[in-house]
Every structure is written in C-alpha cells, then in structure tokens.
Design a protein around this ligand. Structure first.
Ligand code: GAL
Length: 632
C-alpha cells in the first residue's frame, strides 16, 4: 500500500508570485498531493456563464510542474452571490423557519432543483476543461456535506420534494396514515399535499413523520451528489472523492460513498474534543491537546468501510489550533505526527493537511496552517516533514481484516435523535463507548454497514443501538459470537413498537418489555463490578442472565453465542463485557495502559500514546504523544 502526504492550498488567496516557492516547499516537505479549487467559484465564474480559467490553469501548471498531483474540487459548497439572483429561493431554511443567508458557505438547500442543476453544470464545465488533463489525479465533489448543520432544510423546495418522496414511498394517503399512526391526535391527512415538514408544530411532531423527513433528507443529499458524479464520470477517469466530517450523521454516508471511488474525511481531533464529544472535565483536560484517543480511529475505520474497496484518505488533518471550537488549544508536540501515523496504520492512502498557510483574512484567520500568515514555518510543518521522511523509509504496510466488527447504521442515529426518550441518548455516543471498550482491550476493529449479510469472517461482532435490524443481519449475527443491544431491534422502520416486542434475535429468548432513561448523575451498580447509566431495559425470557444488577434484574442475557445487553454500561462494565465476549470468541483481550491504543496490520503492530505521560509497552518506552511500531 502506498502512503503519501498532501496539503490543502488556495492559490486564489495569495499573490501569484508566491505559488512557485510554495509548491517547491511542499515538495521539499515530502508532500505529493495538493487539493485546490473547492471554494473558488467566484473566481472561476464571476457572472453567470462567464468563466475565467486562466489563473487556475496557471496554478495547476505551477503545482504540477513542481511534481505535485492535484485534487480538483468542485466549488459547489460556496455558490457565489449572483447565484441568489438566479435562485432567490435556493437557500436552506432552519427548523425555526429562518432562511439561512449568504455570507459564509453551504448556503444551499439540497432539494432546490435549480441549484442542483447549476451544481451539475459547474461540474460539467470543470470536467470539460480538466477531465482529461493528466495533471488532475482526483476530484473532490463539493465539501463536507452536512457541515454547519446543513442537511435538514425546511424550505418550500424541500416540502414539495418531500411530498413527492412520500407519494412514492406510501403510494396512498391511507397507507401513510396507517403506517404513521395518524389517528393519534387526529393527525390524519386526506392527501399528500396536506403534509408539511415536521417543524414549527406546537409540541413534538409524530416521530414517524420526523423519521420519514430525515430519510428523505438523506436521500436528497444522495440525489444532489449523483448529479455531479454523473457529470464528472462522463468526462474523467480520475477517482472521485468526497470529504466527510467527524460526527456528521444526518445523511447515509454509505449511500453517498457507493457511487464514488475514495472516502475521505476531515480530522480535527482537538476541535472535536472541545466541540462535539461528551466526556467528563477530567477526560477533556487530560486529552486537551491530543484529542480523544478513539474519535479519530473510529472515523478511520468507518470511512474505510465507506470507501470503495476500502480506499480512504484524510483530506484535511488539523495542523495546529483551529478556530471553530469553543476553545482551541494547540496540539502537544508530536501529535500532528501521531495523528498522521494513526491514519496510515488504519489504511489511509493519503493524509493531507489543512491548510498550507494560515489565511490572514476572513473567518479562518485564527486557524493554523503548516505555515504562518507571515510565511514562516508553523509548528506543524516540521512534524509533517518528519512523517514525509518516515513514510519514504517505511516498508509497505499491508492491511488485514480485524478480528472484531462493529455494525454501524445511520438510520439508527436518526431514529434515536427523533425519539431519544432520555436527554443525551445518542446512537453515536453509544457506538463510540462500545468502540472505546474494544480498543481499551487492545482490539483492531472493522466497522461494517448494517446491510451486510455475511459476518462469518469475524470472531466477535457488536451491534449496539441498532433501531431496526433486517432479518439478514440478525441471521448473520447468529453465526458468530455477537452482542446486540441496548435498544436494538425494538422499533419498526416506521418508528413504532412491534408486536411481538423486540429484539427478536434468532436462538435467544429475550424480550425488552419496558425502558427507563436516567439522568447523568445516576449510575446503578451491577454485581461483579461496573454500573449501568442513561438507559435501562426490563428483560424477560428464558435466556441465561449473565450479568445482573445489584437489585437482581438481568443486564446481559445470553444463550450460546448470542447476547443481548439491556442497559448502557459505564466504562468499567463495558470492558468487563468485552473481556467476557472475547473469551467466548477465543480472542486474547488485554488491559492497555490508559491513553495507549493499538492497531494491528498484517505487517506491523502500531501503538499510539495519546496520554500526557510516557508508558511502557512491549518492552518500549513510548513518550507522550508518540507512536511506536513493531514488525510482525
Ligand atoms: C473543515 C472545512 C475546511 C475548513 C476547516 C477548518 O470543516 O472543510 O474548509 O473550514 O474545516 O478547520
């Protein structure tokens, strides 16, 4: 497997005289890929139908003649101001009914037909000009679908498209009324034209209505994306990429990924810890300058699953303090290198830093680059260059299938966001807790989509929180040591309680008959160590109770290889459960030192020390923020 470094560059932000030296310095730092163009629409087309490619041609020539491979972005996440004159109603509308204005980015509604066509058109224009240009080695379509909370739009365009989508799904209004249970509170409709979007209701809208809207919204992203895919496929053989984000879950990435070649994502470990992760103050203080030890690896494994044939990149890697989180500390020395190596260890082909030079203007002027605004090197550059030297020297790393799989399912996130039942119930959080427990026990993990029908290659599979489990998945799980739950297969795909009640697992007589959600200051102890929190189910059935609460209720039930977990474990209990399952699966589980994480490939074992103190592991002292590896 080839590994390479890249960087995000904005030639339109800098005087042309700087480009050659920038390109030469990138190459000197061991960088071989450069991504350009994804926000440059106002410079490519200053008026409708008027194009200016001379500057972009020259930038491509300068970068490529220095030896850099170019990823060219379609600029559709930043439609220029004139686009609003053509399509005044293209802006997205938030749940409060406010139109989201011009003056930043991502100001479009995925359902607007005119803007969707204009996006396809600019992709065609770029494809016509550069599609067969050998200097363009890959394309990035748009930029971070869903960033800044932009998937759900309550516009008129979305409402009209939603009605069409509903008509196709339910065929008759009676079928929709029945499926949603609209007899409740006299919500029955007489025609699809009467159905509005599920916002601005007096109290909670019907969850079936809301889940349908979330499904529709995800489908709109896919449909929007496909227009650009078609435009570029017809004009270029270069691979197509999208750069996804961390913990952006409002659309099904597997569906977007199905039509493109490479999944990439934008990894901002310190920004994420501050901005979008639960955790105690102690945890956040400990990892303040490193990022959460599992968040990056989780997304690496997720996007390896999203990418075709496992192909994935980090398109944007944090190089220093960012600007957008509530607080923006600097990485500990060593972390830029550690993050880069962690991505390679999980199979990334390219790690590309965001951005080359810090911009001295506009929204991101406080966001570090590899170079400072005055063009002096910033702290991240030397670490990137070190990685550049190391990957040049490193023999090939080959990936292998992990022993453990974790099933990931975007619609479950939407289901539980629609019907949380307890504040803070988050599918993603549950998944990250499960993933963390597996990693604390030393496992490498494959994330697998819920559409799989074959899990026979895995010794152990976890499927927590999956709202509705297709029969194919339930039977695939039955062939391995499996853990399902909590809150799994307990609703239909219309978000109703099924009868008989779930989880309906093959070979396991367990029914979850009632749930309680608990406030964050409550933890209920279980016999043998650990506790349950947030979510507790009453379990009935003849399966054996393997773990019980101190008050006697079953927490984990099992029969043969299948297990159902009826509560949300704390970290100690999660690790206990993983140790027990690993034993059954014949897998060796470890107790890693705090902050240390492993990744096993076919050729190397990697160890990453996210902690602020050195640790000794397998005969090596690994400094804080350092990485070690062993050949296997
Ligand atoms: C990403 C985005 C980049 C830049 C970066 C800053 O979300 O794709 O354009 O804004 O964040 O951290």
């Amino acid at each position: 497997m080839n590994r390479a470094l890249g960087v995000c560059y904005y030639p339109e932000h800098w005087p042309e005289e700087m480009w050659p030296a920038d390109a030469a310095e990138m190459v000197a730092a061991g960088i071989s890929w450069v991504r350009i163009g994804e926000f440059a629409w106002s410079r490519i087309g200053s008026e409708p139908g008027v194009f200016a490619f001379d500057w972009l041609d020259r930038a491509i020539e300068v970068l490529s003649s220095a030896g850099l491979k170019i990823v060219l972005g379609t600029p559709t996440c930043t439609p220029p101001r004139w686009m609003l004159e053509r399509f005044p109603d293209m802006l997205a509308v938030d749940a409060q009914g406010h139109t989201r204005g011009f003056g930043s980015r991502r100001h479009y509604c995925f359902s607007h037909a005119g803007y969707r066509a204009a996006s396809g058109k600019i992709a065609e224009v770029l494809g016509d000009r550069y599609g067969r240009d050998a200097r363009i080695h890959a394309w990035q379509i748009d930029n971070e679908y869903g960033c800044h909370d932009t998937i759900l739009s309550y516009s008129d365009a979305a409402r009209d498209a939603f009605r069409t989508w509903l008509t196709e799904r339910y065929k008759s209004i009676d079928a929709l009324n029945e499926a949603w249970g609209n007899v409740f509170w006299s919500m029955e409709y007489r025609s699809f034209d009467e159905i509005d979007l599920p916002n601005l209701t007096v109290t909670q809208p019907n969850p079936s209505h809301e889940l349908a809207f979330r499904r529709f919204s995800s489908d709109q992203v896919v449909a929007y994306h496909e227009v650009q895919v078609a435009a570029l496929r017809a004009r270029s053989d270069a691979p197509l990429i999208h750069n996804y984000m961390g913990r952006v879950l409002d659309f099904d990435h597997f569906k977007v990924g199905a039509s493109i070649d490479i999944a990439s994502w934008d990894s901002y470990p310190i920004g994420f810890l501050s901005d979008r992760l639960e955790g105690t103050a102690e945890h956040k203080a400990r990892y303040l300058q490193q990022g959460d030890p599992d968040m990056q690896a989780f997304h690496h494994d997720l996007y390896r699953a999203v990418g075709r044939d496992g192909r994935w990149w980090v398109m944007e890697q944090q190089p220093g303090p960012v600007n957008w989180a509530p607080h923006n500390p600097a990485p500990l020395p060593g972390m830029v290198r550690l993050w880069s190596w962690e991505a390679f260890a999980h199979g990334a082909e390219v790690v590309s830093y965001f951005r080359w030079r810090q911009a001295p203007f506009a929204q991101e002027q406080m966001h570090a680059g590899l170079k400072r605004p005055d063009n002096a090197p910033a702290a991240g550059l030397a670490e990137a260059a070190q990685v550049g030297r190391e990957i040049a020297e490193m023999p090939d790393i080959a990936m292998q299938q992990a022993p453990v799989a974790l099933i990931f399912d975007y619609p479950s996130e939407w289901a539980w966001a629609t019907l949380p039942q307890g504040e803070g119930f988050s599918y993603f959080r549950l998944m990250l807790d499960a993933y963390r427990a597996l990693r604390r026990c030393g496992f490498s993990i494959d994330i697998v989509p819920s559409t799989t029908s074959d899990l026979s290659a895995y010794a152990l599979v976890l499927a927590p929180g999956m709202a509705t489990m297709p029969e194919t998945l339930r039977y695939a799980l039955a062939g391995t040591v499996a853990l399902v739950g909590p809150r799994s297969n307990t609703v239909t795909d219309e978000l109703r309680i099924p009868t008989p009640m779930g989880p309906a697992l093959p070979g396991l007589d367990v029914t979850a008959t009632r749930v309680e959600s608990l406030p964050p200051y409550v933890a209920r102890a279980v016999l043998g160590g650990g506790a349950v929190q947030h979510w507790v189910e009453d379990l009935e059935g003849s399966a054996e109770a393997l773990i019980e609460a101190e008050t006697g209720e079953p927490v984990l039930m099992g029969d043969g290889q299948m297990h159902y977990l009826g509560a949300w474990p704390n970290a100690e209990l999660w690790e206990r459960i993983v140790h027990g399952l690993a034993k059954e699966a014949g897998l060796p589980a470890q107790n890693l030192p705090e902050g240390l994480r492993l990744r096993d490939t076919a050729t190397h074992r990697f160890a990453f020390n996210y902690g602020p103190e050195p640790v000794e592991f397998q005969g090596k002292m690994i400094a804080a923020a350092d990485v070690a590896w062993w050949s296997i």
